[in-house]
Every structure is written in C-alpha cells, then in structure tokens.
Design a protein around this ligand. Structure first.
Ligand code: FE2
Ligand code: FE2
Length: 250
C-alpha cells in the first residue's frame, strides 16, 4: 500500500510501509511548474510511487529527480522515472554525479546535474537550495532546503522507526538514536552533529524525514538535542547483526 498526503503547500509525502520492514519509505513530490521528485524509492516500489504521483500530476512532467545519496531506497527507481519523463534531469551532489552517475552504464547519461553547497534550483513557486553534508551517512550525502516553506529534506537523518503518520509531533528521538545504533549507518557522531547545528540555525518549519513522519518546528529541537546528547554512531552492528569483535568500537 502506497499513500500520498500533502504536507504543506504543494509538497506531498508518498509513503510505503513494506511488511516486516523496521522503517517505512517516503518519497516527496513538489508540485510546481517544474515538478520535482525527491528520492525515488527502491525499484520494486516504482508502480506504487508512480501511481501516487499520478493522483497529483502526470509523472511524464517531472523535471527533476533528486538523489540525496546513492543507495537503493533513494535512487533504485531512477531509470524508470527518467525513462517516462523525457525532459527530466537527475540531480545529485557533484560527488554523486562524479562517483556514480557518470560511472555506471545508465541509459540517462547526459541528463545529470551535479550540485554543490549553496547551488539553487528554481521550480517556480518553490526554490531549492543544496547542502553538501559529507559523511552524514555517505561520502556523497546531500540535503535539500526549500525556501518558500522552510522545509528541510534530510534523507536518512531524523528518521523514526515503524509506520508513522505524515506529520509527527511526538518526541521519538530516543527511538531514532537506538535505530541508528542497531543499523550502523553513521561512522561517527561529529560530522552529523556539525550538520545538526547548521540546520537548526536555519530554523526549519518542516523536516521531511525519508523514514517516518515529517517533523514540525515544535518537535524538531528534541531530535536535534538527542543527536547532540545521545550516542548513535556505529558500535559494531549492521542492520541489527553483530559483527565479530574485531569490528567493535572499544
Ligand atoms: Fe540511505
Ligand atoms: Fe533512506
């Protein structure tokens, strides 16, 4: 089951919660003159995401497909979305473009835009600004800020486990840190904490987590505080599997 909900002013959350998955998967559609899809979901989710977009606009009109880092749930569906939207561009950070989008044998070569920190993308009523956030999960991790609604798209930062409603006001920050410790997605706390400080200074109204619900301005500081105060980096577990003791952090 894939559902679509408008969160704020033309920004839609497309959400799927596969059975037995510890997290749900959200993609975000921005309805504008130049429509944008922020992450695609994994390849098997394509039909559900496509049909959800169709409830708002013709997916062939998509102008930009944004990849915030290179992983299956962020970009597994990119080739199919690019194939059905002839004028669309894939947008990633410059590093993603150089390391991945220009390196694999994609059919959509030539329709790739690599962005740096501070670059902007005008959609019409909405305006996106890019933040390079290296090592907040991946080397090529990027976040996107939408100026009109003061929305942050942080990909896998600020996630919450389980099936969550479109908007959450509940403080699930300890569950977030516990999930991170079990999944082992951050090598170290320091790069994450620097980005948390930066995005907190930006005073977001909405933080559109890729897994879980969108955080409101009111609850967001609780999540930021937890990331400053609680341990959440790799402790020898990968997706809940304990590695041999040689991998353990002392
Ligand atoms: Fe990821
Ligand atoms: Fe993700």
């Amino acid at each position: 089951m894939t559902r679509i909900d408008e969160i704020v002013d033309g920004i839609y959350r497309i959400s799927a919660n596969p059975k037995d998955s510890p997290v749900g998967f959200n993609q975000f559609l921005i309805d504008d003159e130049q429509p944008a899809l922020i992450h695609t979901g994994m390849a098997p989710m394509y039909e559900g995401v496509y049909n959800a977009i169709r409830q708002v606009l013709d997916p062939a009109r998509l102008a930009y497909i944004l990849l915030l880092h290179f992983e299956g749930d962020e970009c597994g569906g990119m080739e199919r979305f690019m194939a059905q939207a002839a004028k669309a561009h894939l947008v990633g950070c410059e590093l993603s473009a150089a390391l991945n989008l220009h390196s694999f044998d994609f059919a959509c070569q030539g329709r790739v835009l690599g962005k740096r920190d501070g670059d902007v993308l005008e959609l019409g009523r909405h305006k996106l600004r890019f933040l390079e956030t290296p090592h907040v999960h991946h080397w090529d991790s990027m976040m996107v800020w939408e100026e009109k609604t003061r929305s942050l798209f942080p990909a896998d930062l600020f996630i919450q486990p389980g099936e969550q409603p479109p908007v959450i006001r509940e403080n699930l920050s300890s569950a977030m840190c516990e999930l991170y410790r079990h999944a082992g997605i951050f090598a170290h706390e320091d790069p994450v904490r620097r980005v948390v400080d930066r995005v907190e200074r930006m005073q977001p109204e909405w933080v559109h987590a890729m897994h879980g619900g969108t955080l409101t301005r009111e609850v967001f500081p609780r999540f930021a505080q937890a990331l400053r105060e609680q341990p959440f980096a790799f402790q020898g577990e990968l997706l809940g599997r304990k590695l041999a003791s040689g991998h353990m952090v002392a």
